[in-house]
Design a protein around this ligand. Structure first.
Ligand code: GLY
Ligand code: MN
Ligand code: MN
Length: 440
């Protein structure tokens, strides 16, 4: 925790600097950031798992307490209104006492609907930042999630502070332990469900604590991009394993994928080749490079792999231009990472929120920004046998360019994705995932 404590004050100072700037432009007195409220399940007396407002956890790592409020004005110590009801049904959060508490003024709130007593008197000059617009209206806020403020904060969020970089490293370090344990469980015969349990116990986080639903896919399930079904039964034959799983540290996410072959066969060679391509793409990251260009470079590499492994014929450029690589690699190269797995601001060209859309042929690319120092991105090229996409190629002349026999050979293995989390520095890239121990 020491290093975090050392960086935390500077983190708050930077967030305050950003807030001061946008408040003065928008002539606002401050921001009131709501942690959120519990969401009740329909016709039930149970709530959905609580997911805190990312703008709230940007300031402090309180992740599990609804009905909290943060008052920031860019100059003063942030004020935290911390919810501590009298409640004998549920655990009541302890009064915070951590590395960050000395930098925040804490007031306790015992009744959620009494918060107005602790909010500023001139509330009409403060902007509400949060999900519950109806609550904000009742409380008298005139401005709720104003575009100018949101665009500004989302754009600047891409530049991580040293505190945030440290949180992201630790989120990687934890997830790496989970990946190593899961890999063992795969080679030892675990089912998808069993591998998931091994992973969660190695990271020490529950399904609700990890930043997204893990993708743990054996064999052909690896071709389903967001597969989260978790079969309890082990497959009769063990061919391949794709795991896309992260961890959470103080509200920051890691997002890591590896793919393994059970035997050292043709599919294994394809993993090795995609891994090499992924590392080359990571090497191309540097300040000033457009992320979109890295995505396009990935298509060129996927085209070469299709040729090298006899999945397609023709020339590499033609395979990209005809949309053949897109059928094998249909998602984006990656995205910005931070408080959210898919962090806000991926398309923001400037702090006023000018958007740069992904190219029309690449609708699932989630980041079009120009790389800059202290940005954190995932790099996750993939190559899959997805029958619904390949069926489209069968409809026209592209059919003749596909080697359907090789497609059939790879189909039972599903697909491959290799995903690392990388910090862009001035003179080098920090591949956190690999440097913290997930080397293959
Ligand atoms: N785990 C979701 C993603 O890789 O974007
Ligand atoms: Mn992922
Ligand atoms: Mn990702």
């Amino acid at each position: 925790m020491d290093q975090l404590a050392a960086h935390y004050h500077a983190h708050i100072t930077e967030l305050n600097r950003r807030v001061a700037e946008i408040l003065s432009r928008e002539e606002l007195s401050g921001l009131v950031i709501h942690s959120g409220q519990a969401h009740r399940q329909f016709l039930d007396d149970m709530n959905y798992p609580f997911k805190v407002n990312p703008h709230f956890k940007a300031w402090l790592p309180v992740l599990d307490n609804p009905n909290c409020w943060l008052l920031v004005n860019g100059h003063d110590k942030p004020q935290l209104i911390f919810y501590r009801p009298v409640d004998f049904w549920h655990k009541v959060a302890d009064v915070p006492d951590a590395f960050w508490t000395e930098h925040v003024e804490i007031k306790l709130l015992t009744q959620a609907d009494k918060v107005a007593e602790l909010l500023p008197q001139d509330i009409e000059n403060w902007a509400y930042i949060g999900e519950h617009l109806d609550v904000a209206q009742v409380l008298g806020f005139k401005t709720r999630n104003p575009d100018a403020v949101m665009h500004y904060l989302h754009y600047h969020r891409a530049s991580k502070t040293p505190y945030e970089l440290e949180c992201l490293r630790r989120a990687n370090q934890i997830a790496v332990q989970g990946h190593l344990a899961a890999k063992n469980a795969f080679y030892n015969g675990g089912s998808e469900f069993e591998i998931q349990q091994v992973y969660l116990s190695a990271v020490g986080q529950s399904e609700n604590e990890v930043p997204y639903g893990n993708i743990i896919a054996l064999n052909q399930n690896a071709a389903i991009l967001h597969y989260t079904a978790l079969e309890h039964q082990s497959p009769a034959q063990r061919l391949s394993f794709l795991i896309d799983a992260g961890a959470n540290y103080c509200g920051y996410a890691s997002d890591i994928t590896r793919t393994y072959a059970f035997e050292k066969n043709h599919f294994y060679e394809l993993i090795v080749a995609l891994n090499k391509a992924q590392l080359e793409l990571v090497d191309m990251m540097r300040p000033g490079v457009r992320y979109t260009d890295l995505h396009l470079a990935t298509h060129a590499k996927v085209a070469q792999l299709l040729l090298d492994f006899n999945l397609a014929t023709g020339d590499a450029q033609g395979l990209v231009e005809q949309g053949i690589t897109g059928a094998f690699f249909p998602h984006g190269l990656g995205h910005m990472l931070g408080l959210q797995v898919h962090d806000m601001g991926g398309f923001a060209h400037d702090e006023r929120g000018t958007q740069v859309a992904a190219p029309a042929e690449h609708p699932f690319l989630r980041c079009t920004r120009t790389l800059a120092v202290n940005q954190v991105l995932t790099m996750e090229p993939g190559l899959y046998i997805i029958d619904t996409l390949l069926a489209e190629l069968k409809q026209d002349s592209r059919k003749a360019q596909i080697n359907w026999q090789t497609v059939a050979e790879f189909r039972p293995y599903g697909g491959i994705r290799i995903e690392d989390n990388v910090i862009v520095h001035q003179d080098r890239n920090e591949n956190m995932t690999r440097e913290l121990g997930l080397n293959d």
